[in-house]
Design a protein around this ligand. Structure first.
Ligand code: PMV
Length: 333
């Protein structure tokens, strides 16, 4: 009962920050993202009676029961998957990212989308689309979106059991082939506070949390419209403002969550300046110090030339719209 899968990371253009149900991983608001070709996770899972307990090997490091990574994430996900399948078999999971893990580059999104697709195959669950995104959601909310390719919305839903909180494609990757995200790496260190813990603290303590939820509704409507009509300025403006609103919530959380470093801020200031000079590009930032530039293909060369002059940028990668999670025959063990 072994299976493998590949899944791409995604970057949210309208963010999710806060849950209405911690166990089922149901969000406080809907979110919209772009699945990206280039940052991916490759995962192999094997359910077998010869395993006494679950084992996760992530980028060469082993995690078992008793470790945070297993107890808070993989273990909870595997239990949810076993519950769906009516199985009691323990699993071995080997997973590799082609980019830094847990540094604000959506590794949990590609990680759990790949694990969900592999588990679906290994346990013969036969889930597709919406249903598969709901399984991935149990690992990490943003993973629900990486199950699908292109521009994707993860719906908040209103039901208590989560049966209407799933991902749906707004447009396939081919809809906007010259849409680009340039991921700028400013630090390869693991972030200090996980999204899971951070967002729970924001819901509980940020005095502007309700403003964030109210304004998300308008952002979602404009973002859907911008994507469908390929209105780049609208998509960029909404994405950048939405990101700043999320970071305002993070900063006003107790204890405050400041994920930026000096390089993050320098790049943000530069992007605003470049835009004023006529080079259209926007930024978005998740729970980490990396900056993702949103632009069109025709601007990439100019932007990269300017980025090369910023010494604090450690590395960069140009990412284009990518496809959804898929099973493959290449096993990691
Ligand atoms: O799904 P998580 O726990 O990785 O949280 C993702 C949170 C953000 O990346 C900050 C926003 C988002 O919608 O992806």
């Amino acid at each position: 009962m072994k299976a493998s899968a590949l899944a791409n990371a995604n970057i949210a253009l309208v963010k999710y920050w806060g849950k209405r149900d911690e166990k089922l991983i149901l969000p406080q608001n809907s979110s919209i993202s772009i699945t990206l070709d280039g940052f991916y996770t490759h995962t192999t899972v094997d359910f077998n009676k010869r395993y006494q307990q679950d084992l996760l090997v992530l980028d060469g490091q082993e995690f078992r029961k008793g470790s945070d990574v297993y107890d808070e994430y993989t273990g909870r996900f595997l239990d949810a998957a076993r519950g769906t399948a009516g199985s009691v078999l323990k699993a071995k999971v080997v997973s590799k990212n082609n980019f830094p893990t847990a540094a604000g580059l959506a590794s949990s999104a590609s990680g759990f989308a790949a694990l969900a697709a592999a588990v679906n195959e290994a346990l013969g669950l036969g889930l597709k689309g919406r249903k598969l995104s709901m399984l991935a959601r149990r690992g990490s909310g943003s993973a629900a979106r990486s199950v699908l390719g292109g521009f994707v919305e993860w719906k908040r839903g209103s039901r208590k059991n989560g049966s209407d909180s799933y991902a749906e494609q707004i447009a396939p990757p081919g809809h906007w082939p010259d849409f680009r995200i340039i991921a700028l790496i400013t630090s390869k260190k693991k972030k200090k506070m996980s999204s899971r813990k951070g967002m729970a603290q924001s819901v509980a303590t940020s005095p502007i949390y309700n403003c964030w939820l109210d304004s998300a509704k308008g952002d979602l409507a404009k973002m859907r419209k911008g994507i469908k009509s390929k209105d780049f300025s609208l998509v960029g403006e909404i994405a950048e403002k939405n990101c700043l609103k999320m970071h305002a919530v993070m900063m006003t959380t107790t204890p405050s969550l400041i994920y930026w470093n000096p390089a993050t801020l320098k790049i943000m200031n530069n992007i605003v300046k470049w835009r004023e000079e006529g080079l259209e590009c926007y930024f978005t930032i998740d729970a980490g110090p990396q900056v993702k530039i949103i632009c069109l293909q025709e601007r990439v060369a100019d932007i990269i030339r300017k980025c090369r002059k910023i010494k604090k940028i450690k590395d960069f990668k140009i990412l284009r719209p990518g496809g959804g999670a898929k099973t493959i025959d290449n096993h990691l063990f």
